[in-house]
Design a binder for this molecule. Structure first.
Ligand code: MSP
Length: 667
């Protein structure tokens, strides 16, 4: 009999810059489900990839003076590296610039046009370039994009339209009849009440104002709207409409599209309508998860609060990061990412609970029995309660994972971890060990610990790619058939006589206070570097220094890019006079100054204390970047930044060569 198939996808990512830990969230979740389904014996297709067309990418490439293809190639390779780092087990990686995809999108567009689902007309409306979304005037919020709050542009152009309105009633019916289609339920109501029931309008599905996209095959001044291009990836990746469509026949319809909540609309309205028009079955489910937020805002590069997955993995280890992502926030809700929450989770759940259980068990087997548990055993108090709880865990984990409830699935596993730690306290092996007559009982206690750990190590596999193997090594489990998924449901499988191997602590405890101080220093360093505009040396400008092991794609590292006069005009440079200056306590690099800028007095903190004393600063005339967003350095607000030139020998402040009043424009 052929295996049951399971098809899961993540959204395809915009290669518009470096991905942050929030992006890894969808992919790590999809990876955990894929691993789980494979362990359950499914034939899994796990698809991810990149969404490479559109005006946003074209503009970024133009700014950098390279072709869009050159631009995306570099970033896509960084994204692939990131998935390697996170040990993502995707079966396919689709790029919307792949020839096969482009061809298939052209066929889809032509088919819809030929059958009248796409027609030509004129479009006038508001376009949000970062979101690649069209909006009607009434949909705008205070004149801005309702999704991201950024500026929109008025566009008027000849365009092809997709008859979305035609599918409205069928869509409503489908959603009402298939409650599993949009999950969680709250998103279902949102789609029905906010979009579908008020009525759908036809949507513009081609653009003529830029050309970085899939050309409409029969009208090549048009390129296909990026969302039509991107959504199609879920079928083109499987060879839909290609000569060989075996994968498509095998895996479609998808079991689940995992997506962030802001793109549920595209996946549950436009995409199903397209599929209906193509006469194809709809995906069984679209699951809209919440966002990982950072200090009250969505993580985003533009907001400057990127959390780099590479740094996090280097610092805390992959399994800790994956555990945190899937445990901390119930899938579907928003959650906060903070270093403190991360370290607390690592210390309590991983170091104290699981790590400690492994170390204690292995150390006791070593100490009491020289490394392997003897065959003669006697059951006793507390055993049945432990065995019952651990025995019930696999079924609960499966039920929760089938519903994509990662956090509660982990909570169930950790109940077993805690119960086992409690079992050690209850049975007090160190007391039993005082009398040799207790050896059979002590052997049973040790066996129960090892056996529980075997079961736990099986169940954590979907979440943690590295830890299970470490536990098997320490417990001396070499026969992998003993740790197959189904074997988590059997008690008594751990082989008597297996020799344990005392190994390293699997999750070292982190000193929270020290770690937070270190992180604070790291971010201050970054802020200081940003807050004193050091004029880079010529050779640096041409070839930016490249730090090793950075996930930052080269295109983002360079400051050698040319800018236009308009770009430069955005910087408000002013003459400023130093009124007061003083050292910042416990920060030997920083000076805090009061600057006169026209009618205003600004407080500026700058990393120049090693080169200038407070006394010599007073009275100086400097150049201030006056429209820089305020930043905090050591908790002190800095309202702008002063310019300086620097090299390895020192630093010299930029000033002007004739007297000018403070507040005068520079430029
Ligand atoms: N290219 C589109 C998707 C097209 S699918 C046919 C896109 N790309 S994206 O790169 O902006 O986002 C990819 C995924 O990352 C989305 O599911 C998005 O919700 C998710 N996340 C981005 N930032 C996130 C957080 N801070 N937290 C959780 N998920 C987030 O959208």
């Amino acid at each position: 009999m052929s295996k049951k198939t399971y098809y899961i996808s993540t959204p395809i990512y915009y290669p518009s810059g470096k991905l942050h830990i929030g992006h890894s969230y969808t992919t790590v979740a999809a990876d955990a489900v894929s691993r789980y389904k494979r362990l359950k014996g499914y034939d899994v297709m796990f698809l991810t990839g990149t969404d490479e067309h559109g005006q946003k990418i074209q503009r970024k490439a133009e700014e950098k003076g390279i072709t869009p293809k050159q631009y995306v190639d570099e970033i896509v390779s960084g994204i692939k590296d990131l998935w390697k780092l996170m040990r993502i087990t995707n079966d396919r990686f689709i790029r919307t610039t792949d020839d096969e995809h482009v061809e298939a999108v052209q066929k889809i567009f032509k088919k819809l046009y030929d059958q009248g689902d796409i027609y030509k007309s004129e479009y006038e409306g508001w376009y949000c370039t970062p979101c690649e979304s069209f909006w009607t005037k009434t949909q705008l919020v205070e004149g801005k994009c309702p999704d991201c709050g950024r500026e929109v542009e008025l566009t008027k152009e000849e365009s092809y339209f997709f008859r979305l309105s035609k599918y409205q009633d069928r869509l409503i019916k489908h959603i009402e009849e298939n409650p599993e289609f949009i999950q969680p339920v709250s998103r279902q109501n949102e789609m029905l009440n906010n979009f579908l029931r008020p009525g759908l309008e036809d949507i513009a599905v081609s653009r003529t104002t830029f050309n970085w996209g899939v050309p409409v095959s029969f009208d090549d001044k048009h390129v296909v709207y990026v969302w039509i291009d991107a959504l199609s990836n879920y079928i083109t990746a499987l060879g839909y409409s290609a000569q060989d469509d075996t994968l498509f026949q095998k895996y479609w319809p998808a079991d689940v599209h995992l997506v962030g909540k802001e793109i549920v609309r595209f996946h549950t309205i436009i995409w199903p309508a397209m599929l209906m028009a193509l006469d194809l079955p709809l995906p069984k489910q679209v699951y809209g998860h919440g966002w990982l937020l950072l200090e009250g805002g969505k993580m985003s590069k533009s907001k400057g609060n990127v959390v780099d997955p590479q740094i996090l993995v280097d610092k805390y280890g992959l399994d800790a990061i994956r555990y945190f992502l899937l445990r901390e926030v119930p899938f579907g809700s928003d959650g906060i990412f903070s270093n403190e929450a991360l370290i607390n989770r690592i210390n309590s759940d991983l170091a104290n609970d699981l790590g400690n259980l492994v170390s204690r068990t292995v150390a006791m087997i070593d100490k009491y029995f020289g490394g392997s548990i003897p065959a003669e055993k006697v059951a006793g108090d507390f055993d049945s309660e432990l065995i019952k709880l651990v025995g019930e865990t696999p079924a609960k984990v499966e039920e929760l994972l089938d519903k994509l409830q990662f956090s509660t699935a982990l909570t169930e596993i950790w109940k077993a971890v805690s119960r086992t730690n409690k079992y050690i306290d209850e049975t007090m092996p160190w007391v039993l060990a005082k009398d040799e007559a207790n050896n059979p009982r002590l052997a049973q206690v040790m066996y129960n610990l090892a056996e529980t750990l075997r079961i736990i190590s099986i169940l954590i596999q979907p979440f943690m790619p590295e830890t299970p193997e470490k536990i098997w090594n320490q417990l001396g489990i070499t026969d992998k058939s003993l740790v197959e998924w189904e074997k988590s449901k059997e008690w008594g499988v751990y082989p008597v006589g297996a020799g344990i191997n005392k190994g390293d602590v699997i999750f070292p405890r982190i000193d929270l206070k020290k770690e937070l101080e270190e992180i604070e220093k790291m971010s201050e360093k970054a802020a200081e570097a940003n807050n004193t505009a050091e004029v880079p040396k010529a050779k640096e400008v041409q070839k930016p220094a490249k730090t090793e092991k950075t996930a930052e794609p080269p295109v983002d590292e360079t400051n050698a890019n040319l800018i236009t006069i308009d770009d430069f005009a955005k910087v408000d440079l002013r003459v400023a006079k130093v009124l007061e200056a003083e050292k910042v306590e416990k920060a030997d690099k920083l000076l805090k100054m009061k600057l006169q800028v026209g009618d205003e007095v600004r407080q500026v903190v700058s990393g120049i204390a090693k080169y200038y004393t407070p006394e010599e600063m007073v009275g100086k005339t400097l150049i201030l970047v006056a429209n820089l967003k305020p930043a905090k350095l050591r908790g002190i607000e800095s309202q702008g930044m002063i310019l300086a030139a620097s090299d390895e020998n020192g630093l010299s402040l930029v000033t002007i060569d004739k007297d000018m009043p403070s507040g005068a424009h520079v430029g």
